[in-house]
Write a protein that binds this ligand. Structure first.
Ligand code: MF3
Ligand code: CO
Length: 250
């Protein structure tokens, strides 16, 4: 699939899709508490999205069974909500959510603390979030895709964390996944040149230990091979002729 350049009208629809998603994330963030199940989070997110008149785009995507991906501790992404998975004080949980508004997709992820967490876990969450911002400093028309990837890698590598390689960011628009792929690790190839009107989901997934990941038997949940904690931070952004717009920030 080709890289799409959104028209002014499409950009307005993307903005609205992303604005609504930011609201969903904000509500989920407030709700996170020890004692709740990951299914509680999914039900809440699914209900919020549908009340907005939108469609949860993850539900049934390649058979994914829920609307919100809930990934706890060493789970990297695509954790499946479960009523038996109860959040405990000290856990970290990555929430990945997306929706469709008038045919336009949005996609964003956050990692949250459950109650009090260790200083090390807090640092992992903060570095993962900051790596996104380091990446999008390079997200300007005329730069290349690899400028984003290289900036994320250079920042994260200082901390000795593992950057997940098996999963990457992506273009987004009338489909959840459009070209181009956006890796979070350094690239030799420059990749495409960035142009105003491109919308991209940039999503570093960072492990406290080694970068290697594996899939659980549910065929979805991605976990760190070494059992270390993992964090995820994702926003849908718009490339402009000036600074990028972060469409899914609240
Ligand atoms: N944010 C993820 C992505 O960009 C979530 C989609 S996977 C799904 O790929 F299957 F859960 F939908
Ligand atoms: Co994504």
């Amino acid at each position: 699939m080709a890289v799409t350049i959104k028209s002014a009208r499409e950009i307005e629809l993307m903005r609205e899709s992303c604005r609504l998603l930011a609201q969903v994330h904000k509500e989920l963030e407030y709700a996170i508490k020890p004692g709740m199940s990951t299914l509680d989070i999914d039900i809440m997110g699914d209900t919020l999205i549908r009340k907005m008149g939108c469609i949860p785009n993850f539900k049934n995507y390649n058979g994914y069974p829920a609307s919100i991906c809930t990934s706890v501790n060493d789970e990297v992404v695509h954790g499946i909500p479960n009523k038996k998975r109860i959040l405990q004080e000290g856990d970290i949980i990555s929430l990945d959510a997306g929706l469709i508004y008038k045919g336009y997709h949005s996609d964003a992820a956050r990692t949250h603390a459950v109650g009090q967490i260790s200083a090390e876990a807090q640092k992992l969450i903060e570095v993962t979030r900051q790596s996104f911002f380091e990446g999008i400093k390079m997200a300007k028309a005329g730069n290349h895709l690899h400028d984003i990837s290289n900036a994320i890698d250079a920042y994260v590598s200082q901390f000795g964390y593992g950057i997940v390689r098996e999963l990457v960011g992506h273009g987004i628009g009338t489909a959840l996944h459009e070209d181009p792929q956006v890796p979070n690790f350094a690239q030799k190839r420059k990749g495409i040149k960035l142009q105003a009107g491109m919308t991209l989901a940039i999503e570093p997934m960072i492990n406290m230990g080694r970068a290697d990941v594996e899939w659980l038997d549910d065929d979805w949940t991605v976990v760190t091979e070494d059992g270390s904690l993992s964090a995820h931070y994702e926003n849908t952004i718009l490339i402009t002729d000036g600074e990028p717009e972060i469409l899914t920030l609240y």
